[in-house]
Design a protein around this ligand. Structure first.
Ligand code: PEP
Ligand code: MN
Length: 331
């Protein structure tokens, strides 16, 4: 039998995958001799295939939904009226966890005055120890949503499992999936069926390809509004909580069209590093930052040691405003 050329094999494979996707109810939107972009019509069945396809052992030939090869221009994700990923930088600020009505309302008002675009606050906290404060649950979401109504600032909070996703989704403008859940595939699939945008944090030991594959789980379900978030990875260094992977910012920008937010609070675990790391992130091309702020950091119920005060936040904003034009951004 005549031996097929590499190109012919790839071509044959592309035809085979295209047929497979169509049979599974998917829709192939973009097809070249090199790439097949997958836009599954309904669920995620199709996404389990690309990684497993032979393609001469080169499964990378399959273009992913979050990839620059699928879409060359930057994606701007709308969260309420806020556009994330455009020229304007996005600032997300607030306490690690929602604690009190007064603190959330007053804090939110102050943060907005100082220039925050979104307010953060965890209601379901994925804590290392089961004996630590676990968050106020549904009450926390109610407090956050009330503050949004009162102040007019969009809010973000974390969903920790597919069951409480339904609840979180009802109350917030942006649903966060935390680092520890980056590969919680049932949670990712649930996020893929959501009409709300998703902030997907990078896992503490995740490679960039694992991270971008986790993104695919959400996009393959039909939710294209995904915001990336680098929050530090585990390394051997022992002077910070994690290590902010600055180089992942240009790499993610190269590989993906999705916006990237950097979280210097969890990355460093040190309030004295928030300003320098935020500036480094913006200089490296991040689309914004997410930072923990608390009126009395030493009294915070979680992550107080990495939380900054409102005065410190004001200084951070001043320094970022000075930096932004130098890297072609607005703030
Ligand atoms: C958080 O942002 O509240 C949080 C728990 O972060 P991470 O998932 O990055 O640890
Ligand atoms: Mn925290």
């Amino acid at each position: 039998m005549e031996k097929l050329s590499d190109d012919a094999i790839i071509h044959q494979e592309i035809e085979r995958v295209t047929d497979l996707i169509k049979k599974m109810g998917g829709d192939v939107k973009h097809k070249t001799d090199e790439h097949v972009a997958l836009f599954p019509a309904t669920n995620n069945t199709v996404t389990s295939h690309p990684g497993g396809l032979p393609f001469n052992g080169e499964s990378k030939k399959i273009t992913k939904l979050g990839s620059r090869e699928t879409k060359s221009e930057n994606t701007v994700v709308k969260v309420g009226d806020i556009a994330v990923g455009g020229e304007q930088l996005t600032i997300i600020a607030g306490s690690c966890a929602v604690e009190t009505v007064e603190g959330t309302n007053e804090g939110g008002r102050l943060l907005q005055m100082l220039g925050a675009d979104l307010m953060r606050g965890g209601a379901f906290k994925p804590r290392t120890s089961p004996y630590s404060f676990q968050g106020l649950g549904k009450r926390g979401l109610e407090i956050l949503a009330d503050a949004r109504e009162l102040i007019g600032i969009p809010v973000v909070s974390e969903a920790v499992d597919p069951e409480n996703f339904d609840l979180v989704e009802q109350y917030v403008d942006l649903v966060q999936i935390g680092a520890r859940n980056m590969q919680n595939f049932s949670l990712l699939k649930r996020a893929g069926r959501s009409s709300k945008p998703i902030l997907l944090k990078r896992g503490i030991s995740a490679t960039i390809s694992e991270y971008l594959m986790a993104v695919e789980y959400i996009m393959a379900g039909g939710n294209y509004n995904v915001i990336l978030c680098e929050r530090g990875i585990r390394t051997f260094n022992d002077y910070t909580r994690f290590t902010l992977d600055i180089s992942c910012i240009p790499e993610l920008k190269l590989q993906s069209h999705l916006p990237i937010i950097v979280d210097p609070s969890h990355a460093s675990g040190r309030r004295d590093m928030i300003i320098p790391l935020s500036k480094a992130a913006i200089a490296a091309g991040a689309d914004g930052i997410m930072v923990e702020v608390h009126p009395f950091p030493d009294k915070a119920l979680s992550d107080g040691y990495q939380s900054i005060t409102f005065e410190h936040f004001a200084r951070l904003m001043k320094e970022l405003r000075a930096l932004a034009p130098a890297v072609g951004r607005k703030l």
